[in-house]
Write a protein that binds this ligand. Structure first.
Ligand code: SAM
Length: 278
């Protein structure tokens, strides 16, 4: 059932059309207009499912201009759906401005959940999935990419990145150098598609595997890296974390981290960084 004046955020398949949900088809068929990242790309999906709703363009280059018009249509009582080229809108895809402004204008925003590459990849990776951090795409510029990896080097959570065919080799080589070549990692390529590959090894092993086989560098990738095993990080997980949490309930993070460091002998900066994740 489609409600007038509501914005529907509709997930679509990341490869296999069989992953389209019946609810997604029902909502896309019932709304007044569909805002698409690429109307020509989405036309194939709509045709496959017999959806005849008009589509308009909503992408990163026209987001700011298209947004007020769409909010106006919502306020006028129309139902609008947002789709991206693949997967869940707003996940490394456009939509943030529209959702932000639609909610600010008091419009209902309704998720229609479905495929999202990072969750599909993580669920089949065999890496710890209780805590993870999604970093999206690393920078195309080597210096910025390496700086970002440096910041993540001590993070104990599983790290998840999106990557394209153009940079997969360079990115994984940088990860091996900066995060440590022995660290376990998993590459999920072309999920739900014909050449789906989920391959785990050390970062050094993955870098060599990519360098040796051009076929493994084709398509779309999710790269997942085991969190840091740094000794300090392991200790923080137990006793020190409890202490940090107690102090944090009374003190600002900086002081709580400094006091925990004095009591436990652990590094203040590591505790501060850990405190940010609590
Ligand atoms: N919104 C999408 C989602 O929900 O996952 C992501 C869009 S982002 C522009 C595209 C990136 O997502 C690709 O470069 C790749 O890193 C990842 N991706 C999308 N589909 C994928 C697939 N079938 N297999 C592996 N990675 C995929």
């Amino acid at each position: 059932m489609v409600e007038k004046g509501s914005l529907y955020i509709v997930a679509t398949p990341i490869g296999n059309l069989g992953d389209m949900s019946p609810r997604a088809v029902e909502i896309l068929s019932g709304v007044d207009v569909i805002a698409c990242e690429d109307t020509r790309h989405s036309a194939r999906l709509m045709q496959h499912f017999g959806i005849q709703t008009p589509c308009i363009a909503y992408h990163e280059h026209n987001e700011r201009q298209a947004c007020p018009k769409l909010v106006g249509r919502l306020q006028g009582g129309e139902a609008v759906a947002l789709v991206s080229d693949a997967g869940t809108p707003l996940v490394s895809d456009p939509g943030y401005h529209l959702v932000h402004h639609a909610r600010a204008a008091g419009c209902a925003v309704v998720p229609v959940p479905g495929p999202v590459a990072l969750v599909a990849a993580l669920s089949a990776s065999g890496l710890p999935s209780d805590r993870f951090v999604f970093e999206g795409f690393l920078s195309a510029k080597a210096v910025a990419r390496r700086q970002r990896l440096q910041l993540l080097a001590d993070d104990v959570r599983t790290l998840i990145f999106y990557e394209s065919t153009h940079r997969i080799e360079a990115s994984v080589a940088d990860m091996a150098e900066i995060l440590g070549g022995d660290r376990q990692a998993v590459i999920a390529r072309e999920l739900t598609k014909r050449f789906e590959t989920i391959h785990g090894d050390s970062l050094n092993g993955l870098a060599a595997w990519l360098a040796a086989d051009a076929n493994q560098r084709r398509g779309e990738f999710v790269v997942m890296v085991h969190g840091s095993h740094a000794e300090s990080a392991r200790v923080i997980d137990t006793e020190a974390e409890r202490l940090l949490k107690v102090l944090l309930s009374e003190l600002p993070l900086k002081q709580a981290a400094a006091l925990t460091a004095k009591i436990t002998g652990l590094k203040k900066n590591a505790l501060y960084q850990h405190g940010l994740t609590l």
